[in-house]
Design a protein around this ligand. Structure first.
Ligand code: IPM
Ligand code: MN
Length: 384
């Protein structure tokens, strides 16, 4: 089969540690499934980029990365010198810029963050029905609150004023919402085939459906993009009569994520609201230590998607070998499943990692560090 070329970007803080843990797992699972995969590591921590060149990335970074099939990123966010973690070398605006640059330059307009209950993972919710939680949050990843255009902090007057412009376009909204419905349709198909448990969700138009898209906005207070999103949602929803449609205001959505997360299936949200919802969903599913994520361009498989866990560089625990690498493992599994659309060996490899992580999670463990978790998951890879 095809030889997949992966660009590995360890990044900062625990990003380096979880990537170190993941590469041997990837190699082992590739060997086991007959998958042809090569990876090259680009050790470009944000502090080094900045110190050496005054820029966020080497000049030719994007061109070099463009030649790969996918990118696997640990985490970005400069934790500062290890000798003095209280001192941050770079402001977030600089050390996080590469992440936003990669998303923007490769037009990775959808960010997918699945959040499901894993038996054995830490449970923050007491209600036993939270075991049925299995949602996919699809976050707009190219515009909205993140455009950083036009606004500024007006200084030098008695009333300093900051303006921050948000931009929402019909084109970006349509592709996002259609992708959400397509994802829901795929989940419905999986349920019909018995690969996923059958579910029932409400439909705002009446009745119940086996899959649902929930649109999140704040249209009561932010009416303009709320209207655009709602209009597009209603238009595109007409093409998917089998998929339930539901709307939540973002504050109510937060409340219901905690109260009854099993009522959500596919959730579609703006860039910032999706950012916030996905940290919440991650913790409800067992914590940042088990929350995978990807940035993709669903309408173009020719650009390398960016796979990164939802968690950040965690300066507070960086360098101590305490990071939970399982979010990164599940992120690698997502990457393999993305490859699996074209390559059966990749599909098998992704499933191999997923099963190994799930088995590991399902056992009760004392406090373990990165190395112990990695060894345990590696051992679980072997077919029993
Ligand atoms: C994420 C992160 C980033 C974001 C930060 C690091 C800019 O929180 O991937 O969720 O806000 O998108
Ligand atoms: Mn975030």
């Amino acid at each position: 089969g095809k030889t997949w070329k992966i660009a590995v970007l360890p990044g900062d803080g625990i990003g380096v540690e979880v990537i170190d843990a993941t590469l041997p797992l990837l190699d082992a699972v590739a060997e086991q499934s007959g998958l042809h995969l090569v990876h090259e590591t680009f050790p470009w921590p944000s502090c080094a980029w900045h110190r050496e060149t005054g820029q966020m990335m080497p000049d030719d970074a994007l061109d070099r990365l463009r030649g790969y099939d996918a990118m696997l990123l640990g985490a970005l966010g400069d934790p500062g010198p290890l000798s003095d973690r209280s001192r941050h070398v770079l402001p977030d605006g600089i050390s996080l810029a590469p992440l936003l640059t990669l998303r923007k330059e490769f037009d990775l307009w959808a960010c997918e963050r699945p959040a499901r209950f894993y038996p054995g993972a830490r449970r923050y919710l007491a209600d036993p029905r939270s075991r049925d939680m299995d949602m996919l949050v699809i976050r707009e990843n190219s515009e909205g609150e993140y455009v950083n255009q036009g606004g500024r902090l007006h200084r030098g007057t008695a009333h300093e004023t900051a303006t921050q412009v948000e931009v929402f376009t019909r084109v970006a909204t349509e592709r996002l919402v259609r992708h959400a419905f397509e994802s829901a349709a795929r989940r419905l198909e999986e349920r019909r085939r018995g690969h996923l448990p059958a579910r029932s969700f409400s439909d705002d138009r009446g009745g119940e459906s086996g899959a649902q898209v929930c649109l999140v906005t704040k249209r009561n207070a932010l009416p303009h993009w709320g209207e655009l999103y709602t209009e597009v949602f209603n238009e595109i929803g007409r093409d998917y009569p089998d998929i339930g449609m539901h709307h939540e205001l973002v504050d109510a959505a937060c409340m219901k994520f905690v109260q009854s997360p099993w009522q959500f299936d596919v959730v579609v949200a703006s860039n910032l609201q999706g950012d916030i919802l996905t940290d919440l969903a991650a913790v409800l599913s067992g914590g940042m230590g088990v929350a995978p994520s990807c940035n993709i361009k669903p309408d173009d498989r020719g650009v390398p998607p960016l796979f990164e866990p939802t968690h950040g560089s965690a300066p507070d625990i960086a360098g101590q070998g305490r990071a939970d690498p399982r979010a990164m493992f599940l992120t690698a599994a997502m990457m393999l499943e993305w490859m699996g659309v074209e390559d059966e060996a990749a599909q098998a490899a992704g499933l191999g990692i997923r099963r190994a992580v799930e088995k590991d999670l399902s056992e009760q463990h004392e406090d373990r560090g990165t190395a112990e978790i990695t060894a345990a998951v590696l051992a679980r890879l072997q077919p029993e």
